[in-house]
Design a protein around this ligand. Structure first.
Ligand code: TLP
Length: 353
């Protein structure tokens, strides 16, 4: 698409293309068969990731969804419940995998910003009674995708971890964008990862690698995760060509995420002044989620009430790609693979709409 017309693609940070340095690293990567654990580049990536996040071990997986689902499968047994928030990625965007692949039932929490508090989690964990399903896992998401890139404070994470652990329930973090969360909080990524029994994070979003995520945990947890990854069809062979750009992502791309956050803030700062646009909260990371009201469509009110869909279609006519999350909500995501004047051009295009 981009070769025909040059759109500014704000649909997601997943659209980022690998840097020239990543492509060179892919071409030159040393490889082996990773199902035998013999790919030196994959091994290096896994060790680097575990070390950066403060875990004993890590496992390279093809996608964030697989990383989350492998974690869910390892922590639980079929017939158990997973406590998660109503807007979480594991519930919304993973194709009911927890039910389809692992026989799990979500115990859904309604929250204002995507982040349950300790009391909600305590109340959601089932007492050990013969006629109730057992709670197998609590899962958090930081930063929060559908929550407009919102960031959960480290102290609040600790309280939830304490509440779950006191009842013997492990806690997983969907940290697809954990480096964005760490940058926004101004802390080392280890602080955000601390206290979780497992953390998944993605290389293929704001960090710009073409493929891949890592699941981090204890040595025993990762040993079991390797088996489940294979069962789910995620055992890769000469995956060093994919791990090599991931190493570049970890070495070079984490430090620049604040630039994306700054752009998101500037775009939001201009949009919030327009009538009919509302932000539940102003962006702290690289995701903007806002609602569009009927004020935008005086002349051509969409009959199906799909304001966001219509808004996004008009934006596309003006050279900007964004995502409609539902009939009212629009999402934009900033990332490194955008032109210098993205902020100005986006504000201009919205004004034209
Ligand atoms: N999110 C994608 C879409 O699936 C919505 C995006 O464009 O943001 N956890 C979180 C919090 C995510 O945002 C995503 C991807 C994943 C997990 C899954 O990663 P992949 O796409 O690699 O399976």
């Amino acid at each position: 698409m981009r070769s025909e017309i040059s759109f500014i693609d704000l649909r997601s940070d997943t659209v980022t293309r690998p840097t020239p340095e990543m492509r060179r690293a892919m071409a030159e990567a040393e490889v082996g068969d990773d199902v035998y654990g013999e790919d030196p580049t994959v091994n290096r990536l896994q060790e680097t990731a575990a070390d950066m996040l403060g875990f004993e071990a890590a496992l390279f997986v093809p996608t964030g969804s697989m990383g989350n689902q492998v974690a869910l499968a390892v922590h639980t047994r079929p017939g158990e419940e997973v406590v998660c928030d109503a807007d979480s990625h594991i519930l919304h965007y993973e194709m009911a995998a927890m039910a389809a692949l692992s026989g799990l039932l979500p115990r859904v929490l309604r929250t204002a910003d995507g982040f349950p508090d300790a009391q909600q989690v305590t109340d959601a964990i089932q007492p050990d009674i013969g006629y109730l399903a057992r709670t197998g896992l609590v899962s958090l998401e930081n930063s929060h995708n559908r929550g407009g890139g919102a960031v959960m404070e480290v102290e609040k994470q600790r309280e939830v971890q304490k509440a779950a652990h006191s009842k013997g329930v492990p806690v997983h973090l969907d940290g697809a964008r954990i480096f964005n969360a760490a940058a926004a909080l101004g802390v080392d990524v280890r602080e955000v990862a601390k206290g979780f029994d497992s953390v998944m994070f993605c290389l293929s979003k704001g960090l710009g690698a073409p493929v891949g995520s890592l699941l981090c945990g204890s040595t025993d947890f990762i040993k079991e995760a390797r088996r489940v990854r294979k069962r789910f069809g995620g055992g890769m062979r000469q995956a060093g060509v994919l791990a090599a750009p991931g190493l570049i992502a970890l070495e070079r791309m984490t430090g620049r995420l604040i630039e994306d956050h700054d752009r998101a803030r500037r775009i939001a700062g201009a949009l919030v002044r327009l009538p009919g646009i509302q932000f539940a909260s102003m962006p702290r990371t690289n995701i903007l989620v806002f609602t569009v009201g009927p004020e935008w469509f005086e002349d051509e009110m969409p009959e199906d009430g799909n304001f966001a869909g219509r808004f996004v279609a008009h934006l596309k006519e003006n050279g900007i790609l964004a995502l409609a999350l539902d009939k009212n909500k629009v999402r934009m995501v900033t990332h490194y693979d955008l032109p210098e004047d993205v902020v100005e051009r986006t504000i201009m295009a919205v004004s034209r709409v």
